[in-house]
Design a protein around this ligand. Structure first.
Ligand code: GLU
Length: 306
């Protein structure tokens, strides 16, 4: 398996330079286009890696399934579903509704920014610091890594420049889709969540917990009920790769989530969790070389669920 991963990385290395670093915040332009790493956690407990699998980067949108999991664990499916829908938006992750029609909760999705910001309000906690801390703790538990922390420079940068996300937060309030009055506090929780620092190894462990529908890789302890795993995986399969989810479903065929930091977490139900990192992004915001590696891995190991 390790040989296969090495081979795939070499085959896909030329794609790393074809992508573009995210540049909506200055901090992310400091990434290195040469980085490429993969980590696999299998259901038999075996772990394999190749390349820069221990390089740290910010989780960005890959925190969205974790926000969703926490919201489900705190409120149950019915409440979450009534506040944020499940249909694919087919629009970019930060799209703002430019029509004059009313926005309804069924029109948003937890894997795009508006839905994820709404999700922050559903997480239990006295304050937004407490809510965020619970998200960070869940991330650590899923990844079996108590050392996961926040990249403070990215967080500051997100906060300073996140005006489009602020607009989304205020739109949610304007359309009565969230109860919270203090939108800045909600956004602070969202910006911090995006700035959690992980490795491909961490993403593979988180992917494993979803692949096993709730069990931690190292301890086999149950972290969340399996019905939440089914819920999250289905949403990942239909909307996890932004408005490139349909193409990804055909080429790779796995529930997955990407982030503009260059990470991808993929879930092969009952079989494995896969973490990838390569910061060069395609025009949709997905790691270009990361998708290529997954495409080849899926073909070679017959991973597609379709
Ligand atoms: N922090 C980014 C934003 O909210 C995350 C986007 C992403 O990874 O898709 O704009």
């Amino acid at each position: 398996m390790e040989e296969l991963l090495e081979e795939l990385l070499e085959e896909c290395r030329p794609y790393t330079k074809m992508g573009k670093l995210a540049d909506y915040i200055p901090e992310l332009t400091k990434g290195n286009l040469d980085d490429l790493g993969v980590f696999v956690v299998r259901s038999d407990g075996k772990r394999y890696s190749a390349g820069d699998s221990r390089k740290k980067f910010t989780i960005q949108s890959i925190v969205k399934p974790i926000l969703l999991l926490q919201a489900l664990m705190d409120n149950g499916i019915e409440t979450v579903r009534s506040r944020v829908g499940v249909e694919a938006t087919g629009k970019p992750f930060d799209a703002i509704n430019m029509t004059d029609q009313s926005l309804l909760s069924e029109n948003i999705n937890p894997m795009v920014n508006m839905g994820a910001i709404a999700m922050c309000t559903l997480i239990h906690g006295e304050t937004y610091e407490e809510k965020f801390q619970r998200v960070l703790d869940l991330t650590r538990t899923l990844a079996c890594n108590p050392d996961i922390d926040v990249d403070e420079a990215v967080y500051e940068s997100e906060k300073r420049t996140g005006n489009k996300n602020r607009a989304l937060g205020f739109l949610l309030k304007a359309y009565n889709m969230i109860d919270e009055e203090n939108i800045d506090a909600v956004l602070d929780c969202y910006f911090r969540a995006c700035s959690i620092r992980v490795t491909s190894e961490d993403l593979a462990f988180i992917g494993y917990a979803l692949a096993s529908r709730g069990k931690a890789a190292l301890t086999n302890e149950r972290i969340f009920p399996s019905k939440y795993g089914t819920y999250v995986n289905a949403i990942l399969a239909t909307c996890g790769m932004y408005d490139g989810s349909g193409d990804f479903a055909i080429k790779v065929g796995l529930p997955a989530k990407s982030g503009v930091g260059g990470g991808i977490m993929a879930v092969a139900p009952t079989r494995m969790g896969i973490g990838l990192f390569s910061p060069g992004l395609d025009e949709k915001g997905n790691s270009l070389a990361g998708i290529k590696v997954l495409e080849k891995l899926s073909q070679r190991m017959y991973l597609s669920i379709y």
